[in-house]
Write a protein that binds this ligand. Structure first.
Ligand SMILES: Nc1ncnc2c1ncn2[C@@H]1O[C@H](COP(=O)(O)OP(=O)(O)O)[C@@H](O)[C@H]1O
Ligand SMILES: [Mg+2]
Length: 270
């Protein structure tokens, strides 16, 4: 990897070494015979927001899907390298790891809100049920807490048992965030969470990410470089399946080192 990972940010990272929540090391991924990720390295600093940017098709979603072993659902897909979760020191793409357990530790929020065809309450509670949490009072408490953290509680507290499909797009996305938060994941991954939303709903999600940073570690894929600049602490740039540059966000946008990064952020491609 070029750029700041070898320079200034390396000093920061050494300083923060004990504070990594996860670390991607030499991760390659193959859809059958087609290689989509090429020896990707990415440190993920605890309780910070890491933005992942790059042109369409460069492998951002593929990288996120490695984190919750979603690729395992298809035969022929293959991982090389590691994604280590700290402090557990668990390699989540390692062979001995149960993908179901991984999915409970890693929250995912997608581009299009995808609530289940269930009530608002049951959407948020679903991860708790999978975890075997059955005590009603605990489930209710955790549902309320997650909806509050997702800044949705006030809007839905009187209709918890109505269908999630009755919510607006922005509300559905905050519901999906509440659903991701409920099992108390170590890491939350957002894949272009605002690209299907209007500016007001987008601003709400951005505010929310800013709040969540206090308690959660976040990786967010975004097409929108202004958004990356506004909400992230670190920015990583991918190009054709490779991680080309990683740096603290301010430095990334003011002094990008790789020529491809410069081209991308000045809008000359992508
Ligand atoms: N299910 C799949 N099977 C085969 N190739 C895929 C699949 N999903 C994505 N790809 C390919 O992997 C590459 C990276 O795609 P993706 O991760 O979706 O990029 P991004 O999210 O950055 O737009 C692209 O070349 C894409 O065509
Ligand atoms: Mg994508």
């Amino acid at each position: 990897m070029h750029g700041s990972v070898d320079g200034v940010a390396q000093a920061d990272l050494a300083h923060n070494a004990a504070q990594l929540r996860a670390e991607v090391k030499k991760l390659s991924f193959y859809y059958g015979t087609s290689q989509a990720l090429k020896s990707v390295d990415l440190p993920i600093v605890d309780r910070q927001v890491t933005a992942l940017i790059g042109a369409s098709g460069c492998g951002k979603s593929t990288l996120l899907r490695c984190f919750n072993r979603m690729h395992d659902l298809y035969v022929g897909n293959r991982y090389e390298g590691s994604i280590t979760l700290y402090p557990e020191n668990l390699d989540i793409v390692g062979p001995g790891v149960d993908p179901m357990l991984v999915r409970l530790r890693i929250g995912m929020v997608f581009q299009k809100p995808n609530p289940f065809p269930k009530s608002i309450f049951d959407n948020v509670a679903s991860g708790l049920y999978i975890r075997g949490v059955k005590t009603r009072a605990i489930v209710e408490q955790r549902v309320e807490q997650s909806l509050r953290q997702a800044a949705l509680w006030e809007e839905v507290k009187d209709r918890l048992h109505q269908s999630a499909y009755g919510l607006s797009g922005g509300q559905q996305q905050r519901l999906c965030i509440a659903r991701a938060l409920a099992p108390n994941p170590g890491l939350i991954l957002f894949d272009e969470p605002t690209s299907a939303l209007d500016p007001i709903a987008t601003a709400k999600i951005e505010e929310l990410v800013d709040q969540l940073r206090l308690n959660y570690t976040i990786v967010i894929v975004t097409h929108n470089m202004q958004q990356a600049g506004r909400i992230s602490n670190f920015t990583a740039f991918m190009h054709l399946g490779q991680m080309l540059e990683y740096a603290p966000t301010k430095q990334f946008f003011t002094a990008p080192e790789h020529p491809k990064t410069q081209e991308y952020i000045t809008g000359r491609f992508g």
